[in-house]
Ligand binder design. Structure first.
Ligand code: MG
Length: 259
């Protein structure tokens, strides 16, 4: 009798404990760049994210004026003291830009070459918003084609602030996960666009924790950005989001372990 009771109690404890066991995944924001020899959005940052076995390595992309998809965060780059808009500058000029670790500004093609050598991380591609929709279409078309030609679609996810990109991904790859970043749409509305879920700034999700549950009920996933301080990471963990995007992947790893 006693044994049976103990077994029942243990089973009950296991079931109650289960919801907290779901593993939250870490996405290295612009790669793992806060480390020796790395730089934001560099090839090194991607390889380093892979070496620490981050679930994902995020990267920001644009298209040059002559149609080459390139890696950069800001809308502009600085070359010889001059600010140049990435989308208005030919690739030959963009190529002269050096990252802080000495790498040349990479093309998406080169980034994917490196990514093919990664053994753990997934690539989270952020399409940056351009001035004209046609350029966005050209960028999405080219990059999704590259991903397909390489046979790596299972390892790639997409994110964007613009709902136009969500629609483009749905059009060019109906199966690919695409998340919306802008923080202004409910999970139900995002569902109607076919988004895989939301990827919102922590301020938004801390104010609207009910969106996490609503998204999960709709079968969506929730990503939160960019969470770097221990107290915010803790809150994000307790919020039970699926992915945590951070500049501090090792710290998040440590706090997840403790949790
Ligand atoms: Mg980004």
């Amino acid at each position: 009798m006693m044994v049976k009771k103990t077994v029942t109690m243990l089973l009950l404890a296991a079931v109650l404990y289960l919801p907290t066991l779901h593993s939250q995944k870490i996405i290295a924001h612009r790669g793992f760049w806060k480390t020796e020899g790395s730089a934001q959005n560099s090839v090194a940052a991607l390889m380093k994210a892979d070496s620490i076995r981050a679930y994902g390595s995020e990267v920001d992309i644009w298209i040059s004026s002559d149609g080459i998809p390139v890696v950069n965060h800001d809308a502009t780059v600085t070359l010889n003291g001059k600010q140049l808009r990435v989308e208005d500058t030919p690739f030959e000029t963009l190529r002269k830009v050096k990252l802080s670790n000495g790498e040349q500004l990479p093309t998406v093609e080169e980034y994917l070459n490196a990514f093919e050598k990664c053994t753990h991380t997934r690539l989270i591609i952020e399409f940056k918003s351009h001035k004209v929709k046609e350029r966005e279409t050209e960028l999405a078309r080219k990059v999704i084609d590259m991903v397909h030609q390489r046979g790596i679609r299972e390892k790639v996810e997409y994110i964007a602030f613009g709902i136009h990109f969500v629609q483009l991904v749905r059009q060019f790859d109906p199966q690919a996960p695409v998340y919306y970043l802008n923080g202004d749409m409910s999970p139900a509305v995002l569902s109607s666009f076919g988004a895989a879920g939301l990827d919102y700034q922590y301020n938004v999700l801390f104010k609207r924790p009910e969106w996490v549950q609503a998204a999960h009920e709709l079968g969506q996933k929730v990503n939160i950005w960019t969470v770097n301080k221990p107290e915010d990471i803790q809150k994000a963990i307790e919020l039970e989001v699926d992915f945590i995007t951070t500049d501090e992947p090792l710290l998040v790893k440590e706090l997840l372990k403790k949790h």
